[in-house]
Design a protein around this ligand. Structure first.
Ligand SMILES: Nc1ncnc2c1ncn2[C@@H]1O[C@H](COP(=O)(O)OP(=O)(O)OP(=O)(O)O)[C@@H](O)[C@H]1O
Length: 223
């Protein structure tokens, strides 16, 4: 997707329901994110936030309903859709035996990121410049998270789906990451994220999925 096309980005969630082990987590959930929007998904532990993010990324099927990217069901061309999105999960996808630089380069290749994007610049942005040649097994939890976050300075995907991106990140890192997320949305990108910590983003829309839990009767009917 080119820079100009960032401005046409749109993600529509139409009446989806999601289940785990024949238990409905939420149902009839609909929302839409257009170019430049930030959406924070809220809900109690176990409400289904991570499940929702996985479903948005096409990693799990919705039990009902449809997800559209640019007005077309994501299932029509899942491979192309996945090239438009960057997903950061709970666990930093970092290989302990590789150095910081090797991990960032590997993740960059995996995400098909901008080939001219500078790994050195990305490492500086996440304050890992001095750790470039350090094996990741010897990093702290926050530093490992930063290795994964370096991709936010390399990928050119219009849609970012971030599961607890601020976990284990110190105060200065949270400010820098918030800035980066704002820059992405100002450029026309879309960010959908979860966070148990209060976040410093302005113009963030909130969606509490706890409100879409089925009633006990509906749950019994499903089981
Ligand atoms: N691997 C799994 N196998 C079966 N059920 C699971 C699995 N992972 C999660 N669940 C169930 O799915 C439900 C939703 O989990 P999910 O991780 O999506 O919640 P969450 O809102 O992200 O929680 P948290 O705030 O704790 O991160 C939970 O109630 C849990 O019981």
């Amino acid at each position: 997707m080119t820079e100009a096309n960032f401005l046409q980005a749109s993600l529509s969630i139409n009446s989806i329901s999601c289940e785990r082990d024949e238990r409905i987590l939420f149902k009839n959930l609909s929302f839409r994110c257009d170019s430049g929007s930030l959406l924070q998904i809220l809900g109690f532990n176990g409400a289904g936030k991570t499940t929702l993010l996985h479903t948005l990324c096409g990693l799990r099927p919705a039990a009902e309903g449809e997800i559209q990217w640019l007005g077309t069901s994501i299932l029509q061309n899942l491979a192309e859709y996945r090239r438009s999105l960057f997903f950061l999960g709970h666990q930093a996808p970092v290989k302990g035996h590789l150095t910081v630089r090797e991990n960032v380069e590997w993740l960059k290749a995996l995400h098909g990121s901008n080939p001219s994007g500078s790994v050195d610049d990305a490492l500086e942005q996440v304050d890992l410049g001095a750790y470039s040649d350090t094996a990741c097994y010897s990093l702290s939890a926050g530093q490992r998270r930063r290795v994964a976050l370096a991709q936010l300075y390399l990928n050119q995907c219009p849609l970012w789906v971030l599961d607890e991106p601020f976990t284990a990140i110190d105060k200065a890192g949270v400010s820098r990451l918030s800035e980066r997320i704002s820059e992405h949305s100002e450029r026309g990108g879309i960010v959908v994220l979860t966070s148990h910590q209060p976040i410093e983003l302005s113009d963030v829309n909130l969606l509490d999925i706890s409100r879409f839990q089925p009633s006990p009767e509906e749950q019994l009917y499903c089981g």
